[in-house]
Design a protein around this ligand. Sequence first.
Ligand code: KET
Length: 399
Amino acid sequence: MSGFFAHLEPYAGDPILSLNEAFQKDARPHKVNLSIGIYFDDAGRIPVLDCVRRAEAALLAESRPKPYLPIEGSPAMRRAVQALLFGEGSRVLADERVVTLQTVGSSGGLKVGADFIRRWLPASEVWVSDPTWDNHRAMFEGAGVKVHAYPYYDAATGALAFDAMREKLDALPAGSVVLLHACCHNPTGVDLSREQWRTLVPLLRQRRLLPYLDLAYQGYGDGIAEDAFAVRLLADEGLSFFVANSFSKSMSVYGERAGALSVVCADRAEAALVMGQLQATVRRNYSSPAIHAAGIVEKVLTDPALRRDWEADVAAMRERIAAIRRRLHELLVAARPGRDFGYFLSQRGMFSYTGLSAAQVDRLREEHAVYLVRSGRMCVAGLNGGNVERTAAAFAAVL
Ligand code: KET
């Protein structure tokens, strides 16, 4: 008797998560994990931030009951997220034009937003940067939304293809959704400058485009408030937009699934409608988000001592990445004089596009136990004082 599922297509696996699993199984002791977007400390460990440890200790001591959270999540957490993103005293918050839901990681937020767009803006198609995080396309297509790409990265120069990007956006149908990385672009590490963001605003407004910001690496670029620049600019300029933000990386709480989705609306009445339909979307998906994640985020953001420590921790993570970028650059310049490795210094955040081909990435993994995504994306935060020399030597060997 044949089963119900014999006809299924085998799942090829996710290019990032499968690689991370392959790394875990690799028995070579000198292996280096530069695959997944996780921050590792200089000892190669995922840090438990002291502010998070103390927030959790307080939560345990309080031993509060664990009811279901409301569909939209914890009110205190949502308020704290709004202040973090839009700034205390922000006009859009005072006008009650912003709707924020606590979500299951920012992935949960991105998907809820995608489902909402499919249902309520059925004519809208989504445009993502070329390249982007693979899961952007998968999530929107999974929600039944058509996905296209706009030019973003110029492989020849390693820089942003801003003119081509603008030209493309300028030709999109009104109502198109434009997915933008608010900072620390994944996978390239190449961001828009503040000037370029400002240039984009009138275009977005005149073409009636709907921006959808992904803010997964807040604090890894220039600073926590600085990395919210694009969010605050679009809000100040009176645009309507989505923003999915994550605490996975900024608080090092990946498995807690701490994130949020905010939508800036034209007015209060619209915001109420949007909130209602987002609640309906969540209820049909996972009903309500996680209470422990809400507790951690709320405490770290609102307790003044924890908040101060968190900001210092994020600064330390950001600075360690910048320092290891400089070290890698120095080693590569010494190993391969005459070659330009300046992009390792100019790219920002956790990722660098190395320009390595899939064949070179395969050699790195097979011959040197150095793991990168096959697109040539490297998670710089996997480098440390103990592995950067080996990694630079391995790069030099395959280049
Ligand atoms: N957006 C971007 C741009 C992103 O890189 C990630 C995770 C997420 C959203 C999802 O984060 P969440 O934990 O759901 O809040 N990226 C890393 C991990 C992954 O692929 O899931 C990565 O690119 O390696």
